[in-house]
Design a protein around this ligand. Structure first.
Ligand code: T68
Length: 831
């Protein structure tokens, strides 16, 4: 076997990590040319841009390797407790910029490329981002691993190496068309495949009882088929601290035994089919971000990556013969939503069936190893797995869940006087409409800690989503408000502002973001405000250039830039924003106002819709139709524009967010768990117009009411209206401005004369309006009028923008990680 025992270093050489290339321009150039010549196999004179990008990326990787080797050795020697972050998604964004920044190599690389006659910025723009996530949840995971490396906390991020990440969005006649994202096609210089560390993952079959040698009744799982999980590791460099942690992503391959057997029987075609079947498991990321479809392949993906991760951790990270009774001393698995929750019965199975633990003993260990983060409030987003599917794919795990549930419900009945109704509500097994396992209940029962992702969300989680559980275990529940990494979303995305900030308050803020507070006095400094505006103007210009080349979109100059970027979902209410745009359009066409007196505004949308989400796709088509109509209408030229660049992703966000004046965070109160885009905008000096929802609440508390445009119903008000019976038609009838906007849209006047374009969205708003866009419309328009009035006072606006930056340091993911360490993992950071 190739996976023998760990190599025992005896030779002197084996004890010293590889020496990286010299940290100077010359060393960099040499390594770059070596990569180009010997790895890419081309001379510089004949190399393509892609060759050059790959050679540059590999060169930077060389500089990080020593840190990775040292970090690994130090952690193994110390026997550190590891944070095993289990996440089905990591929305990483481009790697090169971040690696250059972390390694402190930006200037050297720029100079070195110049010496080779190349432009480092052009090469950076060649990188296709690994889009291994849908949205906020996946991006959060990427921010968290960045922060843990920067804080020198031992963390392994476990996930899936999807061959195709989130689809590439294109528009045809304004409608979304999905194109496969073949991010690996041109080579992926950041990953290290480790085929010799592959582990076998079993599926299907049945279970058997037998009597063990010790006379005990035991169970074994007799699986029907298996696949290999091949790890690829990626480097997660800390910011200029020499620390490099690991992201371990799993890829499925057919096991040799599997296809060989078929091949020997002479059925070659069948053998190849088997291979395709196995490799399908990690073929594609499911693009549904809030309505899990209960698809078998998705469950395969989930079990595949957590089973591989646990096996790998026990086999390769723990010392040989480690006593698994002490597992909680060495690992805290963080469950990023319910996607990895099947890890709970998997660990039970390993302990009980493979390591002879008593059931209660195994449960005691398992409970201490898991913590669970919930990211939603929408009931349809809570994952359930039908028992027939689970039983077919993972028969032993289903048995284990049943037994856990029996024990758990016995406790419930005991504690609550045989309250059967409560027991049914709390059960891990739902009976209707089909018998299915409620993964959030399983996670909540097993986890030591359960957290929501913003104060309001954690409160609603306790009070509305899992109230029985929080009554039973009040101390289990906690909050950790999300955060974003300032390295990527401030320093890399906004170099101009970063420089200005450093000039004002000195170095150090990038790893201690609360220090941005020191900017507060500069809000009253006219010269500083002037420079702050110049940075914003430069960022807008950079965006104009990008959209011109990327999308053929020519943004007007000198407009208020009003940005709404996030997944397309009814609860996020892009339709409310659209109604506002229509209303602005009408205002410009009416004689009531002098167009010259209005604030020129460009509204930028960016949003992907789940491919099967009808209303979301209709909304995209409608926005594009309205955009085209307004664009073609000379009467409003220079006053109002809509831009909807296709394929919003991390890379686009990095240019778009720093250019924004106004951040749209307008979900119906009580629906957005947290939001993280909201934080990125505030940190880049955009003002927020937002509802009292998710982390908006905390943003407003910190930046102050004067620097935030609050509108709309509060969550209790929403609940009250819901209970009373919400009738959108009544709102429509009672608000002249709303009625006028909807009528205008329905008439086809905003969609090039074609009323059919607006029909689906308008009908839905008038008949059900599940997320009460109409109810908040008047308040929203009024808040937008306040935005215009404030924007007219340039100095006041800039002052607010600076205060937004100065007071948003709390939203660093470093702070989130510190909260997890204190409230959940009981581990301390080294820095
Ligand atoms: C988001 N959730 C929340 N889910 O909507 C957002 N879901 O409020 C929060 O800020 C963010 O998580 C981070 O906590 C998601 O992004 C998904 O992407 C998703 C993917 C698959 C299945 C379900």
């Amino acid at each position: 076997s190739v996976t023998g025992p760990q190599f025992e270093p005896t030779h002197e050489r084996a004890l010293t990590p590889a020496v990286g290339p010299a940290r100077d321009v010359d060393g960099f150039v040499r390594q770059f040319l070596r990569e180009l010549n010997y790895t890419q196999g081309v001379p510089l004179s004949r190399s393509t841009l892609n060759d050059q990008y790959l050679a540059l990326a590999r060169t930077v990787r060389h500089y990080l390797m020593q840190g990775w080797i040292r970090t690994g050795k130090r952690r193994r020697d110390a026997g550190d407790k590891v944070i095993g972050y289990l996440s089905a998604e990591y929305l990483l964004g481009r790697q090169l910029d971040n690696a250059l920044l972390a390694a402190g190599l930006e200037d050297i690389a720029r100079e070195a490329m110049k010496e080779c006659g190349l432009d480092v910025d052009l090469l950076r723009s060649q990188e296709i981002e690994p889009g291994l996530g849908n949205g906020g949840l996946g991006r959060l995971a990427a921010c968290f691993v960045d922060s843990l490396a920067t804080m020198d906390v031992s963390c392994i991020g476990y996930g899936i190496r999807y061959e195709y990440g989130i689809f590439k969005q294109t528009f045809e006649d304004g409608r979304q068309v999905e194109v496969p994202d073949s991010w690996l096609a041109l080579g992926s210089p950041w990953e290290f495949p480790q085929p010799d560390r592959a582990v076998q993952i079993d599926f299907g079959g049945h279970t058997e009882r037998y009597t063990g040698d010790d006379g005990r009744e035991r169970t074994r799982w007799v699986p029907a088929w298996d696949v290999q999980a091949v790890p690829y590791h990626l480097l997660v460099p800390g910011y200029r601290n020499g620390v490099v942690n690991t992201l371990r992503l799993w890829s499925a391959k057919a096991t040799n035994a599997f296809d060989l057997q078929l091949f020997n029987q002479g059925d070659y075609a069948e053998a190849v089919r088997a291979q395709t079947f196995a490799e399908n498991i990690t073929k594609v990321l499911y693009p549904e971000d809030s309505t899990p479809q209960g698809r078998e392949l998705r469950l395969q993906q989930q079990y595949f990556f957590v089973a591989a991760s646990i096996k790998d951790f026990i086999r390769h990270t723990l010392p040989a013969d480690f006593d698994l009774h002490r597992l909680p001393e060495r690992i805290a698995f963080q469950l990023n939503d319910t996607h990895p929750v099947i890890a709970i019965p998997e660990l039970m199975r390993i302990l009980v069936d493979e390591h002879d633990f008593e059931w209660d003993e195994a449960w005691d260990v398992t409970k201490q190893c898991f913590d669970y983060t919930c990211h939603t409030l929408l009931p349809e987003a809570l994952e359930v797995w039908p028992v027939d599917l689970l039983g077919r794919l993972l028969p032993r795990h289903l048995e284990i869940v049943y037994r856990l549930n029996e024990d758990f419900l016995a406790r419930v009945r005991e504690q609550f006087d045989g309250d059967e109704v409560r027991a049914r509500r709390m059960s891990m097994v739902q009976e209707n409409p089909v018998r299915a396992i409620r993964m959030a209940h399983l996670a909540t029962v097993a986890a030591t800690k359960v957290n929501g992702v913003a104060e309001l969300h954690s409160q609603l989680l306790r009070d509305k989503v899992l109230p029985d559980f929080s009554e039973m275990w009040p101390d289990k529940f906690t909050n950790v408000t999300n955060g974003v990494t300032p390295r990527r979303f401030v320093r890399i995305a906004n170099p101009g502002m970063s420089e200005l900030v450093t000039e004002a308050i000195g170095e150090g803020w990038l790893t201690d973001l609360e220090r941005l507070r020191e900017l507060e006095p500069f809000a009253d400094d006219a010269a500083f405000r002037e420079r702050f505006r110049a940075v914003k103007a430069g960022n807008k210009e950079r965006l104009r250039q990008l959209l011109h080349h990327r999308d053929g979109i020519d943004l007007p100059e000198g407009h208020l830039l009003d940005v709404m970027v996030k997944r397309l979902h009814e609860y996020k209410r892009q339709s409310l924003k659209l109604l506002h745009v229509v209303s602005l359009y009408q205002r410009l066409l009416s004689d009531e106002v002098d167009p010259e007196s209005t604030t020129p505004r460009t509204v930028v949308f960016g949003a992907k819709a789940a491919p099967g989400y009808f209303m979301a796709k209709e909304t995209i088509a409608l926005i594009n139709a309205v955009a085209a109509t307004i664009d073609a209408d000379e009467r409003v030229a220079g006053r109002l524009a809509i831009a909807f660049p296709a394929n919003y992703n991390v890379t686009l966000a990095e240019t778009l967010i720093p250019a924004a004046d106004l951040s749209e965070q307008i979900s119906l109160a009580g629906k957005e768990a947290s939001g993280t885009g909201n934080m990125k905008f505030a940190l880049n000096g955009a003002l927020t117009i937002g509802t009292d929802d998710g982390a908006n609440v905390e943003i407003r508390q910190l930046v102050g009411d004067d620097n935030f445009f609050l509108f709309g119903m509060t969550e209790p008000r929403v609940a009250e209206l819901q209970a009373k019976g919400y009738v959108p038609g009544d709102v429509y009838a009672s608000s002249p401005r709303l009625k006028s906007a909807i009528d205008f849209l329905a008439s086809g006047e905003a969609t090039g004369g074609d009323p059919s374009r607006a029909a689906a969205v308008v009908d839905d708003l008038l008949s059900s309006d599940r997320f009460m866009a109409l109810a908040d419309f008047d308040a929203y328009v009024e808040a937008q009028e306040k935005v215009e009035a404030t924007y007219a006072d340039t100095e006041a606006w800039t002052r607010s923008a600076i205060l937004n930056v100065a007071r948003s340091g709390f939203f660093s993911s470093d702070r989130s990680m510190r909260d997890y360490l204190d409230r959940i993992w009981n581990v301390s950071a080294r820095s």
